[in-house]
Design a protein around this ligand. Sequence first.
Ligand code: UDX
Length: 441
Amino acid sequence: MEGAKIEQRPHVVMVPLPVQGHIKPFLCLAQLLSQAGLYVTFVNSHYNHKRFANLSALSLQFPNLNFKSISDGIPDDDQPRDILSYAFFHGMKFAGRAHLKQLIGTLGRRSELPPVTCVIGDGNISFPVEVAEELGIPVFSFCGHSAHFLLAFLCIPKLIEDGQLPYEDGNMDHEVNGVDGLEGVILNTIDELEAPCITPITNSCGRSYTIGPLHALLNSQIGHRSQLIASHGSIWKTQHSCMTWLDSQPSRSVLYVSFGSIVKTSTSQLLELWKGLVDSGYAFLWVVRLDMLKEDDEEHHGVPEELQMGPQERGYIVDWAPQEEVLNHDAVGGFLTHGGWNSILESILAGIPMISWPQFGDQRINSECIRKVWRIGVELEAFDRWTIQKTISTFMETSRREELQRSVDMVAKWARDSVGHGGSSYNNFEVLVEDIKKISK
Ligand code: UDX
């Protein structure tokens, strides 16, 4: 990375929403852009930067990326952030905007770095786009959810205009980017999977780049099997011991249960799920994060004792799993998921049918797609032990799973083909790189 050579390279500043489900695909994209010869500065919140540093040095995990951090508006202590709160989003917007502007200014004064020529901001936060526009730097929006969800979002102004949504002055106080002024929208999806949504999105946004699944594109470009590389980028301490337990389980016999990095539950919901899992008679590997319980839950006394168990004959509970490795393990036959977009893409790639339990945001639309559009899973209709037990038993029963398996195999093939040489995501990524190079001249 010697000075004279670096000066010629486009310099991309990437700003994800500071949550696991957004940081991970952003990191995959950052590595891909770096591999393609671009200089990449990756901006974390101070809080997440510290979490990464506590696990291992970022410079060792990602030697080609330049890491920087900005405030998320909360004093820099160890308090977990409630990413779903209005207060957090607004605090982050206020602090993030000022700090990002200052950071880009500082990067511009560093003579050993190429000047910043492009910003890629998370589509769920508006300040990276606003800062880039103020500084006159071309900006792309990265969409960490499905094209179906983005299209639904893009329809909102028309629904308001038609009086279908109750915002009389047509003004919504939202935090999601508009699309005006963008160079284009980058989508972590596959043309073949969401074809009907891509054309209307492109019509609204000018240009769209469908380059997913990013973890698979990254792995195919660097010649690794999926689980080896993309699992990097976790801000949680991963418990690899569950892999040894999975080794002892028969093929396709285990249900993997995980609700991503933000979903919270009440104590009684956790206990209902536990009963349902145990009563189903199937083996399970379950992620119960340490921050999984709602703080305002009256029964909140920490994770119940019953659930603080290591490996048992039929169940294993961990607080963070190496999810991609788990999904690719031969013992896993199904995934009970909240329907986060990364979890869905990872499950599709691994060829694992799903039971969805959607909670908020994009998860409801994702769940509908799983069930009705792609037919690669079923939905949990209620969260009591009987419904859970019955849904799991029916789902894991061989003939039902075989039916879902056929669809998931087809979708998995689209995903694998799209990231291989000449596939749609592979080609679209090359176009993205060329477009960034053009605007950087
Ligand atoms: C958030 C939103 O909640 C989701 O709706 C949106 O689609 C993306 O952003 P999150 O809830 O964390 O994401 O879910 P998901 O998108 O599934 O991402 C979770 C990531 O954490 C996945 O990449 C998964 O592999 C990883 N993970 C999860 C682990 O590595 N280990 C675990 O134990 C659990």
